[in-house]
Design a protein around this ligand. Structure first.
Ligand SMILES: Nc1nc2c(c(=O)[nH]1)N[C@H]1C(S)=C(S)[C@@H](COP(=O)(O)O)O[C@H]1N2
Ligand SMILES: [Mo]
Length: 315
């Protein structure tokens, strides 16, 4: 039997590594133009990449309840990505998405709802009231960014489809496009398409966003165009990209990383500085692109909004 030389699940989040690797990473980033001094050069490249208009995107006003001054440079958020369908090289995702077709796009909403529907993105854009929110984003690999998302509360979409009382979880899938997503073909051992889920109360929490844009523009492909979920109090892998299907179900669904490496990635995956990953501490994180170290906060700083959902059940 043929096995990949190195079992992929030994290094799924391969850049999360000992401190020494972070030092190297910093040098790499600086060399790649991620240093502040190199910033102007990166902007030039970005300007050359036209972002196609997405049907759902509508410029929304910033919500004053969710703003903060330390927004990451746009080039960091669009140039350092996890999107394994394309490549595991974070700085190459943006150069690997060229074949990915994000228009037209339809999202199927199905399962335990009174009003199942197939929503094309223009329709979603027309129906949903969009706003901008600046959220801290924390990857399980112990790096972080602060991103201005455009989108709308997932709760608004959920109310529109009228879940039945039996619906206790919501699950979703990323597009399955091996011809457009080279990483799927290069990593056949994963259970594509990428799939994730939330408990119903988590999905209805006012913090949970359906995002259609960042930095006042439609979502770039590398960030999950044309529509993704953002769950800011959980590790980044819960924030699934390029969603094509949403299903309301009774039982707790399985999730991509939990299936791949159950000992390392849980279903709930709430940001918790006191619970180390089996291979590294989660007590601090490093800000992209400066790599400044920051203490990681419980629930990524959103405890006031979400801690009550987990009372008596520390997960
Ligand atoms: N479909 C899909 N969604 C995904 C991923 C992925 O590989 N595929 N990576 C996740 C991880 S690990 C992180 S940290 C975030 C990264 O989002 P960003 O590239 O916009 O920062 O996307 C998440 N959503
Ligand atoms: Mo991540």
């Amino acid at each position: 039997m043929l096995f990949p030389k190195q079992r992929p699940w030994n290094l799924p989040e391969q850049d999360a590594a000992p401190e020494s690797a972070w030092t190297n990473r910093r040098q790499l980033l600086l060399a790649a133009g991620f240093g502040l001094a190199g910033w102007a050069g990166t902007e030039h490249d970005l300007a050359a990449q036209a972002v196609p208009a997405s049907g759902a995107f509508r410029n929304g006003k910033r919500n004053p309840a969710f703003t903060r001054p330390d927004i990451s440079p746009e080039a960091a958020a669009t140039g350092f990505n996890n999107f394994y369908e394309f490549t595991t090289d974070k700085q190459q995702v943006r150069n690997s998405v060229g074949r990915f077709q994000t228009q037209p796009w339809q999202v199927e909403i199905t399962g335990l709802v009174n009003r199942p529907m197939k929503l094309d993105l223009d329709e979603m854009g027309r129906r949903m009231q969009q706003e901008e929110r600046v959220y801290r984003f924390r990857c399980v690999e112990a790096w972080s960014m602060v991103v201005p998302w455009t989108g709308f509360p997932l709760a608004d979409l959920i109310r529109m489809v009228e879940p039945k009382p039996e619906a206790r979880f919501v699950r979703w899938w990323t597009a399955y496009r091996p011809k457009e997503m080279p990483g799927m073909v290069q990593q056949p051992w994963y259970k594509w398409p990428y799939y994730e889920a939330l408990r119903m109360d988590e999905a209805m929490n006012p913090l949970t966003l359906v995002a259609t844009g960042i930095y006042g523009k439609p979502l770039p492909k590398q960030n999950g165009a044309p529509v993704r979920i953002v769950v800011p109090w959980k590790y980044g892998f819960k924030s699934i990209k390029s969603v094509v299907k949403i299903e309301f179900v009774k039982n707790q669904p399985s999730t991509f990383w939990n299936d791949a490496v159950p000992a390392e990635y849980g279903f709930y995956a709430n940001v918790n500085p006191k619970r180390p990953h089996p291979r590294w501490s989660q007590a601090t994180d490093k800000r992209i692109p400066t790599m400044d170290v920051e203490p990681t906060q419980p629930f990524n700083g959103y405890a006031d909004y979400v801690a009550a959902m987990y009372k008596g059940n520390e997960i």
